[in-house]
Design a binder for this molecule. Structure first.
Ligand code: SIN
Length: 552
């Protein structure tokens, strides 16, 4: 099929074309790891980034990579303990096999990352330095630059990609999947840096597009975290799951009432070193809430802070404080340079003053359903990293399991693509295939973020979730996705709809999903994930478990 013959709705037509064996969408830890691994397996890889390649979530990750390294751990830590901690944090919805498989691959993944040039912090005894974060029963989080682990991971992977001449198309946004008559994915419709549509053809497309923190007004995520991969996968016929479990990080730096956009993270590792949460009266927030107190899993801490803020201690209802003033000042400065710089920029010196903090949207525990090899149920479509739902995180992700998952799943997905290609299991990207600029509901982003923050954050109820639905109804207009902004806003709209639908249905509180009208865990009904797919009119609907048969 000639590209000239492909008419795109909305008046535009496809004007350029390129091809590869594998197109990777996203340049964070999962995408770059997949691209490098696929290239090492002999595949022709093309990487796509809608920004400048380093604008994603990965550079902002602070804590580190949770991993039990043989010979490095001297306090009896084991892979089994890491698995157990992950399952506890996941609040009954993590899948044990997936957890075990991903965690088992951690040491090799970290070792490969170091071979690719990432430099981790060392202890005086010559082993890798290790921190601790919420939910971990041991010091097992390896880190770089003190609290700049994500920045070092991104630097090393981008440098390796550049040195390995992995082609990266920056400022190119993926709009929709090209699909053949039987629904297999064989490329992407893409807008280039000037908004001109083109097609990238390939028998395999890997989504590594990260999360969707921009659903909310205050988030630890950068501007690019708009759920694009989730929307693209749903439109291509893939299933999603666990979307109601949107994790709020307990401690982003509070910079004033009504903070908007990306808020600086204050890593949990600060609590791992002994800092404690206090309210405006100086009372401890986490005492009596959980046996691990300030190092309880993230969902527990974020919910406890939210409850305490609602009580308005000392007249303050929108933040609490992280008190690190009793820690050794020199150690703090060396271990947490990123946190220190962010605090000092707002006039807070954490060595002398408690740090004002509040919870903010941080991580999508759910996403596109994949196997632990990165396959979705759609032939030719793969996903890895935050966009994917492997079963690792369940209802709440354990701290520092996200970089781990990106490293492991990036490599695993690349292996799957190579294996599927070798088996001849993928579609011929030369076609025939069909593409048209999709027309999709697009809500006003400000209105969407406002209602999601008000009614679909920590503490939701049926009435509030219905309000979100009504506001989306009123502020949504069908539009052809002809610009990056429209692609992003359509993705946010679809993600919001899917999230509130799943959240309204789940009449219990579990993990990151906290309801004020159903406050307890209901294992008799809800110890299961909810699947989401699009119906023929493009609306997200819940699917029954039988739909999972395609994901194998
Ligand atoms: C943190 O350092 O607290 C965040 C790391 C993570 O999200 O796992």
């Amino acid at each position: 099929m000639s590209t000239q013959a492909i008419a795109a709705e909305g008046g535009s037509s496809v004007r350029w074309e390129a091809s590869a064996d594998l197109i990777v969408v996203g340049t964070g830890v999962a995408g770059l790891t997949a691209a490098l691994h696929a290239q090492s397996l002999g595949l022709r890889v093309l990487v796509l980034s809608k920004g400048d390649g380093s604008e994603g979530n990965t550079p902002w990750a602070q804590g580190g990579v949770a991993v039990v390294l043989p010979g490095e751990h001297d306090e009896g830590d084991t892979v089994e303990r890491h698995i157990a901690d992950t399952l506890v944090a996941g609040a009954g919805l993590s899948e044990r096999d997936a957890v075990a498989a991903i965690i088992a691959d951690g040491p090799a993944a970290v070792s490969m990352l170091r071979k690719r040039g990432a430099v981790f912090d060392m202890s005086a005894d010559g082993t890798l330095a290790r921190g601790r974060e919420g939910g971990h029963s041991a010091f097992r989080v390896v880190h770089a630059g003190g609290d700049a682990t994500g920045a070092e991971v991104e630097r090393a992977l981008l440098a390796a990609a550049r040195d390995g001449r992995v082609p990266v198309l920056e400022q190119h946004v993926a709009v929709d999947a090209l699909r053949n008559p039987v629904g297999a994915v064989c490329g992407l419709l893409v807008l280039d840096e000037t908004g001109v549509p083109g097609v990238l053809t390939a028998p395999a497309v890997l989504l590594a597009t990260g999360g969707l923190g921009q659903l909310y007004q205050a988030t630890s995520n950068p501007e690019v975290a708009t759920g694009d991969g989730l929307a693209l996968a749903l439109r291509a016929g893939a299933l999603a799951a666990d979307l109601e479990f949107l994790q709020f990080h307990p401690t982003v730096l509070y910079t004033g009432r009504g903070a908007r956009g990306r808020c600086p993270l204050v890593t949990e590792a600060v609590r791992g070193e002994g800092a404690v949460l206090v309210d405006a009266t100086g009372a401890r927030v986490m005492l009596g809430v959980h046996p691990l107190a300030d190092l309880a899993p993230r969902d527990v801490v974020a919910a406890a802070i939210t409850r305490r803020m609602a009580e308005e201690p000392g007249g303050i209802d929108d933040h609490v404080f992280l008190d690190a003033t009793h820690l050794d000042a020199a150690t703090f400065r060396q271990r947490f340079p990123t946190v220190l710089a962010a605090c000092l920029a707002t006039g807070v010196d954490p060595v002398h003053d408690p740090i004002p903090v509040a919870p903010a949207a941080h991580f999508a525990c759910g996403g596109v359903v994949t196997t632990v090899d990165g396959r979705t149920g759609v032939v030719g479509l793969y996903a890895a990293g935050e966009v994917a739902r492997t079963g690792l995180h369940g209802a709440n992700r354990l701290a520092s399991n996200s970089l781990l998952e990106g490293l492991v799943m990036g490599a695993r997905a690349a292996e799957s693509v190579a294996a599927d290609l070798a088996l001849g299991a993928l579609a011929d990207p030369r076609g025939p295939w069909e593409v048209a600029v999709p027309v999709a509901p697009v809500a006003d982003r400000d209105a969407l973020q406002r209602v999601m923050s008000r009614y679909a954050a920590i503490g939701r109820d049926a009435e509030g979730l219905a309000v979100v639905g009504s506001v989306l109804d009123l502020s949504t207009v069908d539009k052809a996705l002809e610009t990056r902004e429209l692609v992003e806003n359509a993705a946010l709209t679809l993600a919001a709809r899917a999230l509130i639908g799943a959240a309204a249905e789940r009449t219990e509180s579990r993990g990151c999903h906290v309801r004020t009208d159903y406050t307890t865990v209901d294992d008799s009904v809800w110890r299961r994930s909810q699947l989401v797919r699009l119906n023929p009119s493009g609306q997200p609907v819940l699917a029954d478990a039988g739909a999972l048969r395609g994901v194998a």
